[in-house]
Design a protein around this ligand. Structure first.
Ligand code: ATP
Ligand SMILES: Nc1ccn([C@@H]2O[C@H](COP(=O)(O)O)[C@@H](O)[C@H]2O)c(=O)n1
Length: 214
């Protein structure tokens, strides 16, 4: 079985995916974490993302690591996904304001989208995949698809509890990321839409579960 959960930034995708995956006893895959890790790699290597050759250069960097036996890999742990490169856990570097600000510019590159999609499509079901285009592009065959949303204010209020930033700038950054991401990835037309501002996290997880076979 494949279940997809797409949604806007900070709508609760990872938290809901983790809860549902735990209840189903299957792993969840955070596609956003792979985009974040590739963005981190690009920035670490001084790669400028808005040049015509950026996609090719980034793809060469990622495949070069692969060929040298030091690939960038998603570890789909149910309690929270991680990304490792060789023996190094990169996860703590990936949820920062710096990566938030740059990740949409990396995610627009077709070479990176192909690389992320190939990583995910190479995995064996059952699993739950979360991101922006999991139900529409990467796993159109998924048995159940969900789309999570909430107002920018609700999402910003939640995010400031996780990071030491002010509410107005977090909300502005979320709106900007939503706008950029909407141009490069679309949710599935057959997804069940859920407003995560309408309940607590356990209630939203229960709402998703109610649409899944018992
Ligand atoms: N009802 C709720 N539904 C979902 N998330 C909630 C809810 N209430 C609080 N949260 C919190 O919202 C925060 C953002 O959730 P999460 O990081 O899972 O979102 P995300 O969509 O994966 O974010 P990003 O797009 O930035 O990766 C978390 O701290 C989560 O616990
Ligand atoms: N399927 C996806 C998933 C993510 N992205 C891009 O990555 C960014 C980070 O994702 P989060 O889920 O951690 O918020 C996101 O803002 C997108 O730019 C994507 O394009 N497609």
């Amino acid at each position: 079985m494949i279940v997809t959960i797409d949604g806007v930034a900070a709508s609760g995708k990872s938290s809901v995916a983790s809860g549902v995956a735990r209840a189903l006893n299957i792993p969840y895959l955070s596609s956003g974490l792979l985009y974040r890790a590739a963005t981190w790699a690009a920035l670490e290597h001084g790669l400028t993302l808005d040049t015509p050759q950026a996609g090719r250069t980034l793809a060469q960097l990622l495949t070069g690591w692969e060929e040298r036996g030091q690939p960038l890999r998603l570890r789909p742990l149910t309690e929270g996904n991680q990304v490792w490169q060789a023996e190094r856990d990169l996860t703590e570097h990936l949820h920062t304001a710096r990566i938030d600000a740059q990740v949409s510019a990396a995610a627009v590159l077709p070479e990176l989208r192909d690389w992320v999609n190939a990583q995910l499509q190479g995995l064996t079901p059952p699993f739950l995949a979360e991101g922006r285009d999991m139900g529409s592009t990467v796993f159109p065959q998924a048995e159940r698809k969900f789309y999570l949303y909430a107002t920018p204010r609700v999402r910003a209020e939640r995010r400031v509890l996780e990071r030491h930033q002010d509410l107005e700038s977090v909300e502005a950054a979320l709106k900007l990321r939503d706008e950029r991401d909407a141009r490069q990835s679309a949710p599935a037309l057959d997804a069940v839409h859920i407003d995560t501002g309408s309940g607590t996290l356990p209630e939203i997880i229960a709402q998703v579960m109610s649409h899944l076979p018992a």
